[in-house]
Ligand binder design. Structure first.
Ligand code: GRG
Length: 291
């Protein structure tokens, strides 16, 4: 069952992060950081990394640093996304948002500290991989997180509010805001598996498509989901005038679009046969999930 797999992986990553933070020693930001990254969320990006690693027979233990680092970036983006100056959401992962619990300044600083922690975890001596691979990972993670990635996508998302945007513009925004971190997840597997430049490019693009599919599912949940199960406020995209595929083409057409995209992604994984079974199952889950 996919839910059990998610829980098992989340526990692994949480315990890695907990012991990493413990070794660093306590600070005033330890609690808001832990609150934001540990014990909440599906950790789906980690599951994607672990599943994709199976395609190339990678040692799962070697992937933990990458998973933890991606979860730090992701949680940082959620903490900042909920701030009053961004989406102003009071509820996340079934509990008060980090700024509601600890105050705005601490939430900003905890988010910033999770961003830097992500790079510390990749740079860690104990994460013993080829230094050339490490360079590639650091460069790509930075590219996918900054103005060329998540932050740039978020800026577009905020600027697009209450404006009529084209399909191309919405796809560009969502592929940056959500797709780029999935791009990194897939790319990192290509790096550790020492694949060719061409194959790493293929993996990056595939990851971005998976991330876009994930965002489409997130938009569907905003309309059809249940707040208690989703763990965050719903029906807010319409109120905020967000530009989504649903506002552009309506729910039914957007749903068809998402199903076609999912089929396209699964087809691309076919060449890997049985080794891609777990990843394909996770991609199926992405679109039909209710949380
Ligand atoms: C540069 C990292 C960074 C952040 C600053 C605030 C911001 C810029 C970006 C926000 C990006 C954002 C919130 C994208 C939405 C992605 C999305 C669908 C999040 C929900 O992910 P889930 O469902 O969440 O995986 P859980 O709670 O399960 O971890």
């Amino acid at each position: 069952m996919i839910k059990n797999k998610l829980i098992k992986n989340a526990k692994k990553i949480d315990s890695f992060l907990l012991s990493y933070l413990k070794k660093q020693g306590k600070s005033l930001l330890s609690e808001p950081m832990k609150y934001g990254v540990i014990g909440g969320g599906k950790k789906i990006r980690s599951t994607i990394i672990l599943d994709a690693g199976k395609i190339f027979n990678l040692n799962q233990k070697k992937l933990i640093n990458i998973c933890a680092s991606v979860e730090c970036i992701h949680s940082y983006s959620l903490i900042h996304d909920d701030l009053p100056c961004m989406d102003n959401d009071l509820f996340r992962r079934g509990k008060p948002s980090t700024h509601v619990k600890f105050g705005e300044a601490s939430a900003v600083l905890a988010g910033n500290s999770l961003l830097t922690l992500a790079f510390e975890i990749i740079a860690d001596k104990k994460f013993s991989i080829n230094p050339k691979f490490k360079n590639e990972l650091v460069k790509s993670l930075a590219f996918c997180s900054g103005h060329t990635g998540i932050a740039g996508g978020q800026e577009l998302d905020l600027k697009f509010e209450k404006k009529k945007k084209s399909l191309r513009q919405i796809i560009e925004m969502q592929k940056k805001k959500t797709g780029k971190l999935f791009n990194f997840c897939f790319f990192s597997i290509g790096v550790l598996a020492n694949r060719s430049k061409k194959e790493k490019m293929f993996l990056k693009n595939l990851g971005e498509e998976v991330g876009f599919l994930f965002q489409l599912a997130d938009d569907f949940l905003d309309i059809k989901g249940q707040k208690k199960i989703v763990g965050k406020p719903i029906k807010k995209d319409d109120k905020k005038g967000k530009s989504t595929l649903i506002t552009l083409m309506g729910y039914e057409k957007a749903n068809k679009y998402a199903n076609n995209l999912k089929k396209k992604i699964l087809l691309k994984l076919k060449k890997h046969g049985k080794k891609a079974k777990d990843l394909s199952d996770t991609i199926e889950f992405i679109l039909k999930r209710n949380f």
